[in-house]
Design a protein around this ligand. Structure first.
Ligand SMILES: CC(=O)N[C@H]1[C@@H](OP(=O)(O)OP(=O)(O)OC[C@H]2O[C@@H](n3ccc(=O)[nH]c3=O)[C@H](O)[C@@H]2O)O[C@H](CO)[C@@H](O)[C@@H]1O
Ligand SMILES: C=C(OP(=O)(O)O)C(=O)O
Length: 435
């Protein structure tokens, strides 16, 4: 298997991009198939490592998986092999991705017990799970963490609805508690719930399965428990993080790109944030058209002070796009402070960009000031290693804009979240090879 990308940078790209189905929505939705013994058909599933791993785990759990076509699968969780979740194999496989943590809620709700190794995912700082387990405990589950084996377990003969105030608006935490609460007895309220479009999609799918969830899209979800759920069909939204990455790529490489069928209504503050960097984006039906731009100028705040861009729970700006915003700012005109509030180790990749000639001061682990080069000097090609999924993509964009040939190692990180990224880049004129 190839482990690196070799990229000859400095090419202008042109064409149309169809965004993949959303990775982080897929991880929630796939876990929800465990909530019913009927068939659930899911479409627009991205063909990426994390999602394929989760599908394999479901299959090993006994879920019947039928592939109907590209990105189109039918799942049936009629015969579940609960022994699998106690097996060494599950410990190994479940620990490879973050999304596997959301198997807990559905398994607890339907079978009264669930086990989980410490989940994987990006190493981007502490990623605690307290919110998840506090929520399960509030619903009446007994929680245990075995410090030796690092196995979390939750058990409950019956779950009972309750008012739950989350200590933070955790995305996977909200999804997990929600999936447990739909089959609990009585009414649950989840306050300070995360409410991003992917969670809204999960709520809508659960309601189609017979759940009674109201308050969708707000930070107060009310769930009237039901005794069972039935099958349904669901289609994933386009991946907003991938859409943002294509916008960044267009700006950095001065390319004209059209991103098709982006579901504008679900992009929230993302287009406005890229516009603050001076990037022109046009809404054309449900597409985004980005004209080729020689330069883009970072806006200032109304009082004339330096712009800062920070992450926040939805409808704030997603932390998963800050690495992309940062790399795009390296070639803008002007200065911006990037403030990554949620994660502690997500900005260290800027060292690589500094090696490439970018003007960045890492103020502390959470903040970096970028002084744009205004395309007056290109970044220099280099050899680098992808530290996490989004930094990996940011470095890929840097390499595509740089002068010369760069090599990026550890591209497994990029493949975790971006479907056939090299094939799709080549189709719009990029010079990229797997080596
Ligand atoms: C598989 C999946 O869906 N992963 C996403 C999910 O991860 P995940 O669900 O793991 O992330 P959480 O929402 O739980 O938390 C992310 C980080 O932000 C902090 N935090 C969170 C909420 C809050 O109000 N205040 C706060 O400080 C948490 O302590 C944590 O460090 O959501 C993250 C935040 O959008 C995204 O980066 C991940 O891509
Ligand atoms: C942090 C991310 O992924 P995960 O939560 O799967 O590690 C991400 O998608 O940017």
């Amino acid at each position: 298997m190839s482990t690196a990308f070799r990229i000859k940078g400095g090419q202008r790209l042109q064409g149309e991009i169809i965004p993949q189905g959303a990775k982080n929505e897929a991880l929630q939705i796939l876990c929800a198939v465990l909530l019913t013994d009927e068939e659930v058909r899911i479409q627009n599933i991205p063909d990426i490592h994390d999602v394929n791993r989760l599908i394999d785990i479901l299959s090993d759990l006994g879920v019947a998986v039928r592939r109907n076509g590209k990105g189109d699968f039918t799942f049936c969780a009629k015969n579940i092999n609960l022994d699998y979740i106690k097996s060494e194999e599950f410990r190994k496989e479940g620990a490879k991705l973050r999304g596997s943590v959301m198997l807990l809620g559905p398994l607890l709700a339907r079978f009264g017990e669930a086990y989980m190794p410490t989940p994987g995912g990006d190493k981007i700082g502490r990623r605690r799970l307290d919110t998840h387990f506090q929520g399960f405990a509030d619903l009446g589950a007994e929680f245990n963490f075995d410090e030796k084996s690092h196995i979390y377990s939750v058990k409950a003969k019956e779950l009972h609805g309750k008012f739950i105030l989350l200590e933070e608006a955790s995305v996977t935490g909200t999804a997990n508690i929600l999936m447990a609460a739909v089959l609990a007895k009585g009414t649950t309220q989840i306050y300070n719930a995360a409410c991003e479009p992917y969670l809204q999609q999960l709520c809508k799918m659960l309601n189609r399965m017979g759940a009674k969830i109201s308050g969708i899209g707000s930070n107060l979800l009310t769930i009237e428990g039901v005794s069972e759920l039935s099958g349904t069909e669901h289609t994933m939204l386009p991946d907003m993080v991938e859409i943002g990455s294509w916008i960044g790529l267009a700006a950095m490489t001065k390319s004209e790109l059209t991103i098709k069928d982006v579901s504008w209504e679900n992009l929230g503050i993302i287009p406005a944030t890229f516009r603050k960097l001076g990037i022109q984006l046009e809404k054309s039906g449900d597409d985004i058209f980005i004209p080729s731009q020689e330069n883009y100028r970072i806006h200032k705040f109304i009082d004339g002070s330096i712009l800062s861009i920070a992450d926040a729970p939805w409808p704030g700006f997603t932390p998963d796009l800050l690495s992309i915003v940062l790399v795009v700012a390296t070639q803008a005109k002007g200065t911006v402070l990037i403030h990554q509030k949620m994660f502690e180790s997500r900005l260290f990749f800027v060292d690589k960009l500094i090696d490439m000639g970018a003007q960045i001061i890492l103020c502390d682990p959470h903040r970096a000031t970028v002084v744009g080069l205004n395309h007056e000097s290109p970044l220099r090609a280099t050899t680098m290693t992808s530290p996490d999924i989004r930094a990996g993509n940011a470095l890929l964009i840097a390499a595509l804009s740089a002068e010369g040939t760069s090599t990026i190692y550890n591209i497994e990180q990029i493949d975790r979240g971006y479907e056939n990224i090299d094939g799709r880049l080549k189709a719009i004129g990029a010079k990229i090879e797997r080596v």
